[in-house]
Design a binder for this molecule. Structure first.
Ligand SMILES: *[C@@H]1O[C@H](CO)[C@@H](O)[C@H](O)[C@H]1NC(C)=O
Length: 284
């Protein structure tokens, strides 16, 4: 490669490696007619839901790989029927998506944290958890590590789920489509709480979820640039690009999955009578 193109390549890499972004000024409230609010000069954000509407926001930036932290405090009290979705998604028919969804519950009963990964438009990879704390009392940190080898979902720094790149086994992995961060608070009492048997108590409305301390160390996609994953990165400042779970982290993940996982598609043999999905039965 000619030296001038090496210089160009490095300039290009420099524009892809994002600075950390740490407030909500780069987000847009996309719906809800005033029910979503950016507060305190961009440090805080709230979404609310009442009988007429929920609300939602999205990031202005699109990202291709990153480690993204968000602190959330969920709808307190009787939150049955409310769903707070917090996810990354690309657009189009064959979109990729990395999901956290918090399904509310009646007072005193646990939220369900639902996770899923879509690649090339196909999801069906649900794993659900209860939490080891009350997610409505305080802010807790929900993180997504997304690099070319793996996606890791973490709660307060504890990994709860790892989804590995198994393209070598013919399974698509999200790595070519940039994604935005989205969140919404909406009503799903037709299915969310105990299969739709428990309805939203609108006397408790408006329901509010709060967000703060957003941080993204991520590759920001700028139009015209090609895949972040196919170029080699300078190591400094982007360790997350090659990060994997060390043995202590794997132990903690095992602890969560043993004690708090309430649904695992990889264990649902009734759902997959033809056999479990390949990624469930192969170790990479
Ligand atoms: C609500 O609480 C019930 C009873 O503890 C539990 O079975 C269920 O998983 C909880 N979550 C949702 C979303 O219903």
């Amino acid at each position: 490669m000619a030296s001038s193109s090496i210089v160009l390549l490095f300039l290009f890499i420099a524009t892809l490696i994002a600075t950390s972004t740490a407030n909500f000024n780069d987000f847009t409230i996309t719906w809800g007619d005033g029910r979503g609010k950016v507060l305190s000069n961009g440090d805080d954000l709230t979404l609310s839901l009442d009988k007429a509407s929920g609300s939602g926001f999205q990031s202005d930036n699109e990202y291709l790989f990153g480690t993204i932290d968000m602190q959330l405090k969920l709808v307190p009290g009787n939150s049955a029927g409310t769903v707070t979705a917090y996810y990354l998604s690309s657009t189009g028919n064959t979109h990729d998506e990395i999901d956290f969804e918090f399904l509310g519950n009646v007072s005193g009963q646990p939220y369900t944290l639902h996770t899923n990964v879509f690649a090339q438009g196909k999801g069906n990879r649900e794993k659900q958890f209860h939490l080891w704390f009350d997610p409505t009392k305080d802010f807790h940190t929900y993180s997504i590590l997304w690099n070319p080898q793996r996606i890791v979902f973490s709660v307060d720094g504890i990994p709860i789920r790892e989804h590995k790149n198994m393209e070598s086994k013919g399974i698509p992995f999200p790595k070519n489509q940039p994604m935005r961060i989205y969140s919404s608070l909406w009503n799903a009492d037709d299915w969310a709480t105990q299969g739709g048997r428990v309805k939203t108590d609108w006397a408790q409305a408006p329901f509010t979820a709060s967000y703060r301390n957003f941080n993204a160390d991520a590759c920001v996609w700028t139009s015209g640039s090609s895949s972040c994953g196919s170029v080699s990165f300078p190591a400094s400042g982007s360790d997350w690009l090659t990060q994997e779970l060390d043995s202590a982290s794997l132990e903690r993940m095992k602890w969560v999955q043993k004690n708090y996982m309430v649904y695992n598609y990889c264990a649902d043999v009734q759902r997959f009578p033809q056999g479990l999905p390949t990624e469930c039965t192969t170790s990479s």
